[in-house]
Structures are given as C-alpha cells and as structure tokens.
Design a protein around this ligand. Structure first.
Ligand code: F6P
Length: 328
C-alpha cells in the first residue's frame, strides 16, 4: 500500500555513533527530496525529538558529510523517551510539524523505543537502519560502522604487533562490542592473533594458557590475544590477573583500544551500505511499511520486524572461531 498521505519525514541517529551514520543521513535526505518529500533532521535522537530540536534539511545541507565519522545530527541515549510523558511530548512535536514518517538509525535500544512509540501512535511510521559498530543486530549481515571499526582496530593491532615482535611480548588487546564478539573475532582473523575470547563462547582460561605456552615452546616469542569487552572471563586486565602466573612468558602488556574504534572516516563498505539502506528506508516509508529494521542479507535488502530484531542475536559463525585456532 502506497503512503500517499506522507509529505514529511524525519531522520535521526541514536545510541552509540558509528562511522557511516552521516552517509545514511545524506541518503535519506536526498532520496526523500528526490521523491518530493520534506525531510527533517532531529538532533540527538529521541532526546531532540522531545526537545523539539528539529530542522528541515536541504540537499546542500548534507553535502560533504559522506566521508565523515560521527554524526552531524549528534546522538544520545535518552532516558526521558523511556517514560510515557517524554514520548507524549515527542509525539506532539511531530504532530505540530506534520511529520508522519521517521528513519531511525541505531541499534537495539533505538528499535525498542521505536516499537513502543508506534504502538502508542499508530499514525507514525518508523523504519530502522542498523547503525552500530557492534554488528550484533539480527536481520542484517553487517551493520553500518562495523567494517570501519574492525579496520581501525586491525590497524592499531598491526602497530602493536610491531612492538610485540620487537620485544618478544604478549599483548592482551581489549576491543569493543558490548555483549557481542564480532569485532573481536574479525580482528583476530585479520590480524593473525594467537587467540580470541568472545562472549558467545564460555571462556576456558586453561585452554588459553595451554595455547600460549605451546606457542612459547615453539619459540614464538610474541603473541596477540584479542578479548571482547563483554567476555565472561572479564576484560583484558581481569584475564591477565587470572592467568599471569600460569604463563611461561612473563613479559605481558594490556591495551584497551576503547573509543578510537568508534570514530574515523567510514570505509567504502560502510558508506555504500549506509547509502543503500538510507535510500531503501525512504522507499519503505513511501510503500507504507512501518516497524521494520532494514538490513542486507546475502546481498539483498531485508526487512525484519522490530520485535523480532530486538529479540534475537546475530550468530557468530563457528567456522570463524575454528579459523583463529587453526591459523594461530
Ligand atoms: O554499542 C557501541 C559501543 O561502542 C559498544 O561497543 C560499547 O560497549 C559501548 O558502545 C560504549 O558506550 P559509551 O560510549 O556510552 O561508553
């Protein structure tokens, strides 16, 4: 069913920023204008919606942002939107302007908020684009920002490898991902790490010690262990604390990569994914779709209901874990 009534739409970014969000905003704005819509930008996600921080965006206003990390609309994790009172104010602000469609770029928290909001207000259509570095969203092979974050972390780990090899040291490198191990696993493969710890697999520290000690015995003096911040054994410092005395090499360092993984110029993969999904999100609104998280699965655009997307987790492929073990 075509949404003939729709004249005005808005776009916002919400939750943790991710490289490629700007490409997504640009695509939504330009596609909307292409189809004769007025397009608005909402600052700081749901927070700006409540504060009425909303402005019309022109095609020119999104020039030269495609290549930038962060988000020109800024972002937030809104506590107020979790209250009915906050959502009522947000709704009134949309009504005042006649905005009936929204593209929400973010992760599970963003989609959860959108689902509740649409249940309360059936006249509002929201579709989501997957903006998070964590790649933990169900219904898409990749999220916007994941590829950039992995490449940023990989190049930092390449640098660490230089000094690790020079000194014959073992580095425990902690990467982001919240409760998902996608960044860790891909980085481990791409940087040739000796081992990786991810939250999806119960960590066996005895096995890790055995792997590292076997490496030292083979005269491999340096080693890299990638630890996902959400791993059940704890972060990198906690892991080292538990196994230091059991390792036959004592020259150990810990590096926490932290927020450098969230910034930076998006890779071509992220720019293309964000642009494609921005265009498809506007088309979805025009087709009358609502409550769907967009993604790309096996090269094709996919639409997953918010309630399904937030209930499930993207799955770690066991062959990727095997790859680290065999190649280390
Ligand atoms: O969800 C993206 C992410 O960067 C996670 O990987 C990390 O756990 C979290 O956000 C950090 O959040 P904050 O920037 O609020 O500390």
């Amino acid at each position: 069913m075509k949404s003939k009534q729709m004249k005005k739409i808005a776009v916002f970014t919400s939750g943790g920023d991710s490289p490629g969000m700007n490409a997504n905003i640009r695509a939504v704005v330009r596609t909307g204008i292409h189809f004769g819509l007025k397009v608005y930008g909402i600052k700081r996600g749901y927070e700006g919606l409540i504060e009425n921080d909303i402005a019309e965006l022109s095609s020119e206003s999104v020039s030269n942002i495609l290549q930038l990390g962060g988000t020109v609309l800024q972002t937030a994790r809104s506590q107020r939107f979790m209250t009915k009172e906050g959502r009522d104010i947000a709704y009134a602000n949309l009504k005042k302007r006649g905005i009936t469609g929204i593209v929400a770029c973010g992760g599970n928290g963003t989609f959860t908020g959108a689902k509740i909001f649409m249940e309360e207000h059936p006249d509002i259509q929201i579709v989501g684009t997957p903006g998070t570095i964590d790649n933990d969203l169900y219904g898409t092979d990749y999220t916007i920002g994941y590829d950039t974050a992995v490449n940023t972390a990989m190049s930092a780990i390449d640098n660490i490898k230089d000094t690790a090899n020079a000194h014959g040291r073992t580095f425990f490198v902690e990467v982001m991902g919240r409760d998902a191990g996608f960044i860790a696993l891909r980085c481990a493969i791409a940087s040739g790490a000796e081992a990786v710890l991810v939250p999806e697999v119960t960590t066996d520290l005895g096995k890790l010690v055995a792997t590292l000690n076997a490496n030292y015995e083979r005269k491999k003096r340096a080693a890299i262990v990638i630890i996902s911040e959400g791993d059940d054994a704890g972060g990198a410092f906690k892991v080292v604390e538990q196994i230091r005395s059991l390792l036959s090499s004592k020259d150990i360092r810990v590096t926490i990569l932290g927020h450098i993984q969230r910034g930076g110029r998006p890779t071509a993969n992220d720019r293309v994914l964000a642009s494609r999904l921005g265009m498809e999100a506007v088309k979805a609104l025009l087709d009358g779709k609502r409550g769907l998280a967009l993604g790309v699965v096996a090269g094709e655009v996919s639409y997953t209901p918010f309630e399904v997307a937030i209930k499930h987790h993207q799955r770690i492929h066991p062959a990727m874990l095997e790859l680290v073990e065999i190649l280390s």
